[in-house]
Design a protein around this ligand. Structure first.
Ligand code: SF4
Length: 329
C-alpha cells in the first residue's frame, strides 16, 4: 500500500469512500493539462541543460565510443527533483560534485540550477576554473534583486523559507548572509527587530503560512516598519489555488499528486489538497497499487511543477488499466 500524504488516507478493502458504491464500479480518471507539467522556469533550465550537452560534445571525436574530448558538466544542486531527469542528464555528461572537494575545475562546465546561487559561490567556482553556465529561473533572480535592493536601502532582511534550501542560500548570500531565515509561522512571534525590515519568502512556500508569519512578526514588533514582499512564484501559487478550487467543487474520491517527497511545491500542493479530500503523494506509477483504488469512483491526477509530464501521464494510464479491469470483471 502506498503511504498516504499526511497519513489522511488509510484505504481498507471494505471501507466505503465518499461517492463510491459497493460491488462493480467504474473509476473515472481525471487528468487536466492545467494541473500538471513543468513550470516555465524548470522548462527553461532543462532546455539550457540540453543545449549545454550538445555544446559540451562539439569538440569531441564523434567516432570515439567514450566521446573523448567532450567537456563534463558539473553541478551540485540537481536541476529537477526527479530521478528520471537526473539519469538522463548524467547520461549526457552531467556529474554531481562537491565543490569544496575540488581544487581545479579544469575549464569544465558548471551549471547553476534554477534555484540560483550566492555571489560567493559563483566567485568560488570562478576561482576553481570552472566555466559557469546559468540556468537560474528569472523569478528567482527577481527575488535576489529585491533582497539586494532592500538590503542596500538599510532594511533588515527576514526570509520565510528553509535555511538549507539552495534558493534561500542563494538569496541570503546576496545580502552577505545577513538575513534572518525562519520556516515556521510561529517564529514570527519570537523575532525581535531593532531596525526597519523587509520580509521576503521562498518562491515555493505556502501563501497562507507566509501571511500568518507576517502577521505574527508585525504583532511582536508593532513599532518597527515592516514591508512585505510576496515573492511566492505565481506559477506555483496559481496551480495550488486553481487545483484546490477544482477539488473543492468536484470533490473527487481521491487525488493522486505525482512528484518528489523532497519538492517543496509538490508537498505544498499535496498538503493543501489533503485537507479537502484523501490525497496520495507518489513518485511514479510503480508506487501505486491497484488495491488502493478498489472503492474509488473518481480520481484526479495532478503534479508539482518538477514532475515530468510523461510520468504523470503514465500514472494516469496505469489507473485507467485498473478502470478497464474493473469494467471487464
Ligand atoms: S517554481 Fe517558479 S520560481 Fe521555481 S523554477 Fe518554476 S517558475 Fe521558477
Amino acid at each position: 500500500m502506498v503511504e498516504s500524504f499526511d497519513k489522511q488516507y488509510q484505504p481498507k478493502a471494505d471501507r466505503p469512500m465518499a461517492g463510491a458504491v459497493s460491488g462493480k464500479l467504474e473509476m473515472k480518471v481525471i487528468l487536466l493539462p492545467k494541473f500538471y507539467g513543468h513550470c516555465p522556469g524548470l522548462k527553461r533550465s532543462l532546455r539550457i541543460a540540453d543545449e549545454l550537452i550538445l555544446e559540451s560534445k562539439k569538440d569531441c571525436n564523434p567516432t570515439s565510443p567514450r566521446l573523448r574530448g567532450a567537456r563534463k558538466i558539473y553541478y551540485d544542486v540537481p536541476l529537477a527533483h526527479n530521478e528520471e531527469v537526473e539519469k538522463r542528464l548524467k547520461k549526457g555528461g552531467f556529474k554531481e560534485v562537491n565543490i569544496d572537494e575540488i581544487k581545479d575545475g579544469k575549464s569544465q562546465y558548471f551549471l547553476i540550477s534554477a534555484h540560483g546561487a550566492s555571489p560567493a559561490k559563483i566567485a568560488l567556482l570562478e576561482s576553481k576554473n570552472y566555466v559557469i553556465k546559468s540556468a537560474v529561473c528569472p523569478t528567482v533572480e527577481h527575488v535576489q534583486k529585491i533582497a539586494m535592493a532592500d538590503h542596500a536601502a538599510a532594511y533588515k532582511i527576514v526570509i520565510f523559507g528553509k535555511k538549507d534550501h539552495p534558493e534561500i542560500k542563494g538569496v541570503n548570500g546576496c545580502v552577505s548572509d545577513s538575513s534572518i531565515v525562519v520556516s515556521h509561522a510561529d517564529d514570527g512571534l519570537m523575532i525581535k527587530l531593532d531596525q526597519k525590515t523587509s520580509v521576503i519568502c521562498q518562491t515555493t512556500i505556502s501563501s497562507d503560512k507566509f501571511a500568518e508569519f507576517v502577521q505574527n512578526l508585525k504583532k511582536s514588533n508593532p513599532k518597527v516598519e515592516i514591508i512585505t514582499r510576496n515573492t511566492i512564484c505565481p506559477i506555483v501559487e496559481d496551480r495550488v489555488r486553481k487545483c484546490s478550487a477544482y477539488v473543492e467543487t468536484e470533490k473527487p474520491d481521491l487525488v493522486v499528486v505525482v512528484g518528489s517527497k523532497t519538492s517543496s511545491n509538490t508537498k505544498q500542493l499535496a498538503s493543501k489538497l489533503s485537507k479537502i479530500v484523501p490525497t496520495l503523494l507518489v513518485a511514479d506509477e510503480e508506487e501505486i497499487k491497484e488495491e488502493d483504488f478498489k472503492n474509488i469512483k473518481t480520481v484526479l491526477v495532478v503534479s508539482g511543477t518538477s514532475a515530468p509530464p510523461e510520468i504523470v501521464e503514465r500514472v494516469a494510464e496505469r489507473l485507467r488499466t485498473y478502470e478497464r479491469r474493473k469494467k471487464a470483471k
